[in-house]
Write a protein that binds this ligand. Structure first.
Ligand code: ADP
Ligand code: MG
Length: 238
C-alpha cells in the first residue's frame, strides 16, 4: 500500500512561505496530477514527498508511516524530472542499471529486470547506444526505465514531458497512462499545463501561491469549480 498523506505541510525559504498549510491525501494506485501556475510550489511539494526537501512544519505519511525523518533512498519512491539526468557517457543499459546500484541485486536478476523495463518502454534495441544517439523521446524513456527498474511503490514526475515537442508529448502522455494501468502504482504528476492535467489524471489537485485551491476528478473540477481561481485556471472558455 502506498497511500501518501500530507498533514498541514508548510515550507518557507527564508522569510518566504512557498507552501502554506497543505493537506492532501493521494490514494494508493491513483494517477494524481498537481497543476498550477509556475512558482506556485508544485516542485517543492514533490521534493518534500521524495525527501529532497524538509518541510518547515507538518507531517508526510507514506504507506501508514510518518517519513519526515526517513532519507530519500528509503522511501520506496522514484522521481523523474523535466531535465531527465541521464549520463551522456554511459550506454542506455548502464543508465538503466544505474537505478539498481547499491541495491545488491544479483547479476541475473538485474539482467531480467533491465530486459523487462526496456521492453515496456520500447528500448530493447537501443540498450547498447549512447544517449547522444537517441531522440528526445527515447531519452525520456531511459529516465523512465531507470526509475521503473527499482520497482518503486510511488512515481513522482515533475513536468517530465515539457522538453519534448507537441506531437511526442501527446504520444508520451498516452504511454504514461498505459504504464500506470500496467504497473498499478501510485503516480503523482506535476504540470503547469491544464490540458495535460485534465487528460492524464484521475485526480486533479489545483494549486495557486502555495495553497491547494481544489481537489477532484477532472470532470468535477471542470464543471464545478469551487472558486474563481479554479474556474479561470481550468477555464471553461468565456
Ligand atoms: P513550481 O514548481 O510550481 O513552479 P516551485 O516549487 O519550484 O514552484 O517554487 C515555488 C517558489 O519557491 C518559487 O517562488 C521559487 O522561487 C521558490 N523556491 C523554490 N526552491 C527554492 C530554494 N531552494 N530557495 C529559495 N526559494 C525557492
Ligand atoms: Mg516546478
Amino acid at each position: 500500500m502506498a497511500e501518501i498523506i500530507l498533514k498541514d505541510i508548510c515550507k518557507s525559504f527564508g522569510e518566504t512561505a512557498v507552501v502554506k498549510h497543505v493537506d492532501l491525501t493521494i490514494e494508493d494506485g491513483a494517477f494524481s496530477v498537481i497543476v498550477g501556475p509556475s512558482g506556485c510550489g508544485k516542485s517543492t511539494i514533490l521534493r518534500m514527498i521524495a525527501g529532497l526537501e524538509q518541510p518547515t512544519s507538518g507531517e508526510i505519511w507514506i504507506s501508514g508511516k510518518c517519513v519526515n525523518y526517513v532519507p530519500p533512498g528509503k522511501r520506496d519512491i522514484a522521481m523523474v524530472f523535466q531535465n531527465y539526468a541521464i549520463y551522456p557517457t554511459m550506454s542506455v543499459r548502464d543508465n538503466i542499471e544505474f537505478g539498481l546500484k547499491n541495491r545488491r541485486v544479483p547479476k541475473e536478476e538485474r539482467d531480467t529486470l533491465i530486459g523487462d523495463v526496456s521492453d515496456i518502454v520500447g528500448l530493447t534495441e537501443y540498450l547498447g547506444r549512447k544517449p547522444s544517439e537517441l531522440s528526445g523521446g527515447q531519452r525520456q524513456r531511459v529516465a523512465l526505465a531507470r526509475a521503473m527498474v527499482k520497482k518503486p511503490s510511488v512515481f513522482l514526475m515533475d513536468e517530465p514531458l515539457s522538453n519534448l515537442d507537441a506531437k511526442l508529448r501527446g504520444q508520451m502522455r498516452s504511454e504514461l497512462i498505459q504504464l500506470h494501468d500496467r504497473l498499478g502504482t501510485t503516480f503523482i504528476y506535476v504540470t503547469h499545463d491544464q490540458v495535460e492535467a485534465m487528460s492524464m489524471g484521475n485526480k486533479i489537485v489545483i494549486m495557486n501561491q502555495g495553497e491547494i485551491m481544489q481537489v477532484g476528478k477532472p470532470m468535477t473540477v471542470y464543471h464545478c469549480p469551487e472558486n474563481i481561481f479554479s474556474a479561470q485556471f481550468i477555464g471553461t472558455p468565456p
